[in-house]
Design a protein around this ligand. Structure first.
Ligand SMILES: [Zn+2]
Length: 85
């Protein structure tokens, strides 16, 4: 398995405090979480950020490489309230 998890700073849309979360930059673009400070529901859409292609070279006797799209995230992600559908 490839590991593209990064510890990302996220700013709560409600209380404006910043906390960090491990995010898989090659995984699901839409994340739902809860602010550890005020308990607000937080929605993040990574799809708004540009992506880059990373080529991962496999080891263990397999010379094939794999291209993975990863998100290029800012220092602090500005979060949104969850959509009110
Ligand atoms: Zn908060």
């Amino acid at each position: 398995m490839t590991d593209h998890k990064v510890r990302q700073a996220i700013r709560c849309w409600k209380c404006k405090k910043v906390f960090t979360l491990l995010i898989d930059t090659a995984g699901e673009p839409e994340l739902s979480l809860t602010c550890p400070f005020c308990g607000a529901k937080i929605h993040i859409n990574l799809a708004q950020y540009p992506t880059t292609i990373t080529t991962v070279l496999r080891k263990a006797g397999n010379s094939a490489s794999q291209d993975i799209t990863v998100f290029m995230l800012p220092d602090i992600i500005e979060s949104e309230p969850p959509s009110t559908l």
